[in-house]
Design a protein around this ligand. Structure first.
Ligand code: GCV
Length: 615
C-alpha cells in the first residue's frame, strides 16, 4: 500500500483526511474549510437543524451561503456544495432529502482478510481473524462513503464463518465499537451479519426461533452489542441458503425466524435485514420442473404481512443471482405489506471482476420502469471495495460506488448525469474527452452483455471464480443454473406451458414476457426456448443474432481501447485502466470464440457473414 492518498472523486480534498472529528457536523466543518480554501470559494455557515435529519437546506443569507441540516445533513450538504463548485457549477440552493432512509453497502469481507467475490485486494479492515486497519485509509473510505451518501456498512460476509461470529461476542465488541467510532463522523453506521445458529455455540442445543432459550440468548446478545455500539444499524442474516443454517431446520417459517431476531434488536432501535436469496442449491439438472428463479417468490410471497415492522426483506434485483441481465425479481412486486430492500452488486462477480468496464447506473435506472422506486424502502449493494490503492481495483469502478450513492439518494437520477459528474470531479478532462469517457461508460454494459451472454442467456460463465466463458460449466451442476442449449434450440420455457415462472408477475409484465413476440430481445432466452432459425424482429435468425452480438461486442471492446488511449488521464489511473483494457480485449475475444464455436458445433449453422468461427 502506498503512503500517498489516491485520487477519488474529491481530488481537491486529497492528502488531508478529516482527523479528530467525532460527528458528521464536525466533519462537515473540516471538509468545508479545506475544500473551500482549495477551490477559492466562500465558506458557508453551518446551522444545525435536527428536523431536517439527513436532509439539508442550502440558501443564501446576507450574501453568504448557509447550509442547514441535521448532523448528517450538514455533511451531505457540505459535500453537495463542494462537488457543485468543483464541477464548475453554481452552488446548489434548496432542500434535498435522501429518497431511501437506509442506503447500505454489504461487505463480503471475512475476518481472515479475504473477501468473497472481492476484486480489489484484501479487506480494508480485517486481517488475521480480527479488525486491523490503517486509520488514514479508513478515514478516506469514510469520506468516500459519506460523500456518496451511503449511511450503513455491513462489515462482514453474509456467510458468517466461525471467526466472524466473534464480532458480536463479548471479546469482539471493543473492536467493533472502535470501528464504529472510525466511520461515525462520516454518517456511516455499522451493521453486522450474524449466524442464525450462533446460540448453539453456547451450549443451547437448538437454534429454533420459537425456543425460549434461543430467544433469550439473542435478546441478551443484542443488549450487549448495543451497549458497545449504541447506534449500530442492525443485523443482517442469510439463512437456509447455500448451506447456511436457518429456521427451515426446525420446521419454522422465515417470518418466524426473522421476527425472533427482530424482537431482540427492536428495543435498541435496530433493524433486522433478512435476505431472500433462498433456493434449492442441490438441484438435479435432469429435473426440468424445479426452476430456481421461482424459489424466492414461493418462499416469501405467502409470508407477506407476517414480518415485524423492523424487519427488512432484502431481495436481489433479479430472480437468479446478479447476472448481466435479469428481469425484475417478482418477489419485489408481490409483497406490498412487507418492508423491502432492493439488493444490487457493485462487486463485479458476473460482470467482469473489475477488469472489464461495466458502469451500473444505466442498469439501475432501467429497473425503475418495472419496479417503481417507492416499492422498496431501502437499498443495499454488495461492496466493490478492497485494499488496492485505488479502493476499487479498476479506477473507473469507483464510478459504481459513487453512482450507487447518488442513485440511493434519488433512484430516478439521470445515469448519464451521474457518470458525467463522477468523471468531471475525478479527472477534469477537456470537454470532448469527458464526452468520450462518459459515452464509453454508458455503453459498457451493453458491450459486456454482447460478448458474454446476450438475449438473457445466463450461466455460460466459468464456475471457477465466475470469470471467462464456459458454456457447459453450469449445465449439469447442482445450482439450478442451466441454458439447456441443444442441437435445434436454446433457452428455457418459463411461460405458463413451461415452468410457469412468468405467472409470478403482475399482469402487465406477464403479458410482456409470455410470448416471444412481446418479449424484449434482451430477455428472450430467459423466458423462451427457441429454435436457432427463429426469426427475430429485425429479420435475423436467432443463431445469427448470437454470432453477431459476440463479434460486435469484441469489436466494440477494441474501440473502447482506442478511446481510452486518447484520454489524458493522470497516472497511475491511465496505466491501470489500459492494463485492464488489454485483459478485457483478450477475454472478450475468448468469450466470442468459445461461445460462437459452441453454438456452431451444436447447431451446424454457419455464420452468414462468413467470419471465423473455430471448429
Ligand atoms: C456471499 C452468490 C455468490 C456467493 C454469495 C451469494 C449470496 O451465490 O456466488 O459468493 O455468497 O451469492 O449472495 O449470498
Amino acid at each position: 500500500m502506498s503512503e500517498a492518498i489516491r485520487r477519488t472523486w474529491l481530488p481537491y480534498l486529497n492528502d488531508d483526511v478529516p482527523a479528530g472529528c467525532a460527528t458528521p457536523a464536525e466533519t462537515a466543518a473540516f471538509e468545508l474549510a479545506l475544500g473551500c480554501q482549495r477551490l477559492g470559494a466562500p465558506v458557508p455557515g453551518l446551522r444545525e437543524d435536527a428536523a431536517l435529519g439527513e436532509g439539508y437546506h442550502i440558501y443564501t443569507e446576507s450574501g453568504r451561503p448557509v447550509i442547514a441540516g441535521g448532523s448528517a445533513g450538514l455533511l451531505y450538504g457540505a459535500y453537495a456544495y463542494l462537488e457543485a463548485l468543483a464541477a464548475g457549477e453554481d452552488a446548489p440552493e434548496g432542500v434535498q432529502k435522501p429518497f431511501y432512509g437506509l442506503r447500505m453497502i454489504d461487505c463480503w469481507d471475512n475476518a481472515d482478510g479475504s473477501i468473497e467475490r472481492g476484486y480489489s485486494g484484501r479487506s480494508l479492515w480485517f486481517e488475521g481473524g480480527r479488525f486491523q486497519w490503517d486509520p488514514r485509509r479508513i478515514r478516506q473510505l469514510g469520506r468516500m462513503l459519506g460523500s456518496a451518501g451511503v449511511n450503513a456498512l455491513c462489515v462482514n460476509n453474509v456467510n458468517v464463518h466461525a471467526e466472524a461470529e466473534d464480532l458480536i461476542e463479548d471479546a469482539g465488541l471493543t473492536e467493533l465499537a472502535r470501528f464504529a467510532d472510525a466511520l461515525r463522523p462520516f454518517g456511516v453506521k455499522l451493521m453486522v451479519s450474524v449466524n442464525f445458529a450462533q446460540p448453539m455455540r453456547h451450549g443451547i442445543p437448538t437454534a429454533d426461533p420459537l425456543d425460549e432459550a434461543v430467544q433469550q440468548w439473542w435478546a441478551e446478545r443484542a443488549d450487549a452489542v448495543w451497549r458497545a455500539v449504541p447506534d449500530l444499524a442492525g443485523f443482517l442474516v442469510k439463512a437456509d441458503s447455500e448451506h447456511r443454517p436457518g429456521p427451515f431446520t426446525y420446521g419454522r417459517s422465515h417470518a418466524e425466524g426473522a421476527n425472533m431476531l427482530a424482537r431482540a434488536v427492536a428495543p435498541h432501535g435496530g433493524v433486522l435485514v433478512w435476505r431472500a436469496f433462498v433456493y434449492n442449491c442441490m438441484q438435479d439438472w435432469r429435473d426440468k420442473k424445479t426452476d430456481r428463479p421461482m424459489a424466492a417468490y414461493e418462499t416469501y410471497a405467502p409470508l407477506d404481512g407476517q414480518f415485524d415492522g423492523n424487519v427488512i426483506l432484502q431481495v436481489k434485483n433479479g430472480p437468479y443471482d446478479f447476472q448481466v441481465r435479469e428481469p425484475v425479481s417478482p418477489t419485489l412486486l408481490a409483497m406490498p405489506n412487507t418492508n423491502l430492500a432492493l439488493e444490487w452488486q457493485l462487486a463485479q462477480e458476473y460482470t467482469g471482476h473489475q477488469i472489464d468496464l461495466y458502469a451500473m447506473n444505466p442498469m439501475w435506472h432501467e429497473m425503475t420502469a418495472d419496479l417503481p422506486p417507492e416499492t422498496v424502502m431501502a437499498v443495499a449493494a454488495v461492496s466493490n471495495l478492497g485494499r488496492d490503492d485505488n479502493f476499487t481495483g479498476h479506477p473507473f469502478a469507483a464510478a459504481n460506488l459513487y453512482g450507487y450513492g447518488r442513485y440511493a439518494w434519488n433512484p430516478r437520477v439521470d445515469p448519464e448525469a451521474v457518470l458525467r459528474r463522477w468523471a468531471r470531479l475525478t479527472y477534469a478532462l477537456p470537454g470532448a474527452q469527458e464526452d468520450a469517457l462518459v459515452a464509453m461508460l454508458m455503453n459498457s454494459r451493453s458491450v459486456y452483455e454482447k460478448y458474454t451472454a446476450p438475449l438473457g442467456l445466463c450461466w455460460m460463465v466459468n464456475p471457477e471464480g465466475h470469470y471467462g466463458p464456459s458454456p457447459y460449466g453450469y449445465e449439469f451442476s447442482l445450482w439450478g443454473t442451466y441454458n439447456r442449449a441443444g442441437r435445434d434450440a436454446v433457452g428455457i420455457d418459463r411461460t405458463a406451458a413451461g415452468t410457469g415462472y412468468v405467472l409470478q408477475y403482475p399482469e402487465a409484465l406477464r403479458r410482456r414476457y409470455e410470448t416471444p413476440e412481446a418479449c424484449p430481445d434482451d430477455l428472450l432466452l430467459f423466458f423462451h426456448r427457441l429454435r436457432y432459425d427463429y426469426r427475430m424482429r429485425d429479420g435475423r435468425t436467432l443463431i445469427q443474432r448470437i454470432y453477431d452480438d459476440h463479434f460486435e461486442g469484441a469489436e466494440q471492446t477494441e474501440a473502447m481501447a482506442r478511446t481510452l488511449e486518447g484520454l489524458s488521464l493522470p497516472e497511475p489511473d491511465k496505466t491501470e485502466a489500459l492494463e485492464r483494457m488489454r485483459l478485457q480485449i483478450r477475454d472478450a475475444r475468448e468469450w466470442r470464440d468459445v461461445i460462437n464455436t459452441f453454438f456452431r458445433r451444436l447447431s451446424g449453422v454457419d455464420d452468414e457473414k462468413t467470419r471465423t468461427i473455430y471448429d
